[in-house]
Design a protein around this ligand. Structure first.
Ligand code: TYM
Length: 334
């Protein structure tokens, strides 16, 4: 095993949005040059919510194209669909014997997603983090680059790894570290409400910026983004209590690669009438080239399928010795 192995995934539902891009994908892209990386489309996780089969099928290719357009390079990283490597499901089942109901009961994502309809939620939504643990432990990942919202799932993965190793007296699973921040925005918030995160499930499309948005749409969404009437302050602490302002400044910093302080030095004293056009331009400069590459990649679905197939074969090779050891540890194999 190399010193640093990076594993992360994204659900292929809806369009890739700015939260995904700034919270995770741009860091994935950078890590490709620093470590051995595996990135996958979490299509099995997508089954835990209501599924429209034809939509899921087309979203898988669309998300694959969006990630490659954003800079994921299948020549550098192992890039594949989770469902194409059955070891994820098999290890997930083995780990369900290790994970505790009490641990899963504490998962805030399950509480948020099931809402008031807990009894009507799918069992898969409840055990979702165990499959996520299998995704990570199968490859003995050391680092898992994710947005803030996934931190609890990575901590659960650590607990599962440690309990399995202890219960079965093996030194098999590597407790991974979540890798959050590092020059990117850990938590990108909705453009309509600075207290809720930007997400693909928000009913208002004005709340998020999608990679497929036109330049005009991006500029308009930023123009209409919720703000407050105060000018921008000269220090980051003064943004506390101003969630919308904090979010827009954080986005600007992540997009341009500057620190929040640097951004504030430039814009302090100015109102949003000056800041928003600059932010719109920075976003268009980031997204327009990605959108152009996405348009091209979409034209060759057979090539996307070929790339994903090759990635799945490599991932299966990497994961199979670990799965075999897990099977042996629990007594399913000699
Ligand atoms: P998903 O598909 O919801 O999101 C993919 C990545 O984008 C990050 N993200 C955000 N970051 C900052 N601000 C936001 N508003 C924002 N919205 C999304 C997420 O934190 C994530 O890193 N369960 C995972 C997928 C998964 C996975 C895994 C991740 C399955 N198996 C194994 C890591 C390792 C999910 O639903 O992400």
């Amino acid at each position: 095993m190399s010193e640093m192995r990076v594993v992360s995934g994204i659900q292929p539902t809806g369009d890739l949005h700015l939260g995904n891009l700034l919270g995770a994908i741009l860091r994935w892209v950078r890590m490709q040059d620093e470590a051995e990386c595996l990135f996958f489309l979490a299509d099995l996780h997508a089954l835990t919510a209501d599924v429209d089969p034809s939509k899921l099928h087309s979203s898988i290719r669309e998300m694959a194209a969006a990630l490659i357009a954003s800079g994921i390079d299948p020549a550098k990283s192992t890039f594949f669909r989770q469902s194409a490597v059955p070891a994820h499901s098999e290890l997930s089942w083995i780990l369900q014997g290790t994970a505790r109901i009490g641990w899963l009961n504490r998962m805030t994502q399950f509480k948020e997603k099931s809402g008031k309809n807990r009894e009507g939620a799918s069992v898969g939504l409840f055990t979702y983090p165990v499959l996520q643990a299998a995704d990570i432990l199968l490859y003995q990942a050391t680092h898992v680059p994710v947005g803030e919202d996934q931190k609890q799932h990575i901590e659960l993965t650590r607990d599962i790894a440690i309990k399995f190793n202890t219960d079965f007296d093996v030194d098999l699973f590597v407790p991974p570290d979540p890798y959050i921040g590092g020059g990117t925005a850990a938590r990108v918030m909705s453009l309509r409400d600075g207290r809720s995160k930007m997400s693909k499930t928000d009913p208002s499309d004005m709340s998020r910026i999608n990679l497929t948005d036109s330049d005009e749409a991006i500029a308009q969404k930023i123009r209409k983004a919720k703000t407050d009437p105060e000018p921008l302050p000269d220090n980051a602490e003064a943004l506390d209590g101003r969630p919308e302002a904090k979010n827009l400044v954080g986005i600007y910093a992540a997009v341009t690669g500057e620190s929040v302080e640097q951004v504030l030095t430039r814009f302090s004293g100015q109102g949003f009438g000056d800041f928003k056009p600059a932010l719109g331009d920075a976003l268009i400069a980031l997204i327009a080239p990605i959108r152009g590459r996405l348009d091209e990649l979409r034209r060759d679905p057979a090539e996307l399928d070929r790339l994903l197939g090759a990635g799945a074969a490599s991932a299966a090779d990497l994961g199979s010795p670990v799965l075999e050891k897990a099977r042996a540890a629990v007594g399913l194999a000699a």
